[in-house]
Design a protein around this ligand. Structure first.
Ligand SMILES: [Zn+2]
Ligand SMILES: [Zn+2]
Length: 271
């Protein structure tokens, strides 16, 4: 499945595709540096204790550059030439990041920990901030995936950044079929139980159900009757870049919402 073919079949996704392409191009032009790979031996104990990589003092991923990385992407978008609304909102966010001496530091703390009070322009900050940080962290995420023993994690939050999943993917063939959860923030994919709700951790398979959708490239909606949460799931391999991008299946979120299901998954697109 190519992006063009997908958009031809889902023309209502074009505005979000355009936004995504503009932000991606701006991020590419921002010359974002990449993070150093940590010494994995230092992190092993925290990993076994369920501490996500970015929250581990022992792994000590260098996040000192995060403020300038996020701010420079926001400023690039604020200086256009881009659609007026995006420029205007990026300018407001850029002003917010400079409002007080520690505004950018607090914005990044919110992006990384998420448990503080939401700052102004939170939706745009979440989207742009994680777009920039995901690029910075990309080599670490790849190296972490190679080092990590998936059997020792199997948790319902991202081993890299600690976020709940945005989507899921089913890979391989039975009896060895696996379910991976996908982080919408840092793009980590990690293994989780095949039959368990990643939100309330219900394991009663009588209360876990699937909405199959024809002609959607293998995408389906998995949901839990215990908590009402759902997770868009790509039941296939080969089109991960497109079908696990979350924005390419925003119409399935509307369908799930119409069925009374709750999006408990993290989204970068609550703009
Ligand atoms: Zn993550
Ligand atoms: Zn549940």
């Amino acid at each position: 499945m190519t992006p063009d073919a997908w958009l031809a079949r889902h023309p209502y996704l074009q505005p979000v595709a355009d936004l995504h392409a503009l932000v991606d191009a701006a991020a590419a032009e921002s010359c974002i540096p990449t993070a150093w790979i940590p010494n994995w031996d230092d992190y092993t104990g925290d990993f076994h204790d369920g501490v996500p990589l970015l929250r581990s003092a022992r792994a000590a991923i260098d996040l000192g550059q995060s403020e300038s990385i996020v701010t420079s992407l926001v400023e690039r978008l604020a200086s256009g030439p881009l659609p007026a609304k995006l420029v205007e909102e990026s300018r407001a966010l850029a002003a917010e990041l400079h409002r007080e001496p520690d505004s950018a530091r607090r914005a990044v703390a919110w992006l990384l920990d998420g448990d503080l009070v939401s700052p102004p322009q939170a939706g745009l900050l979440h989207y742009l901030g994680w777009t920039a940080l995901a690029r910075y962290l990309c080599p670490v995420v790849i190296a972490f995936g190679r080092w990590r023993d998936e059997d020792r994690w199997l948790r319902n939050y991202c081993p890299t950044c600690g976020a709940p999943p945005a989507m899921a993917q089913l890979v391989g063939m039975d009896p060895g079929r696996l379910r991976l959860l996908c982080c919408g923030r840092c793009a980590t994919r990690w293994r989780y139980l095949r039959t368990a709700c990643p939100f309330c951790q219900n394991q009663d398979d009588q209360r876990l159900a699937v909405v199959a959708i024809e002609g959607e490239g293998g995408l389906r909606i998995d949901y839990c009757e215990a908590c009402g949460g759902y997770l868009k799931t790509y039941n296939g391999e080969g089109s991960e870049g497109l079908l696990l991008a979350d924005w390419t299946s925003l119409h399935l979120d509307i369908l799930a919402c119409d069925r009374g299901l709750k999006r408990l998954a993290v989204s970068l697109y609550e703009l």
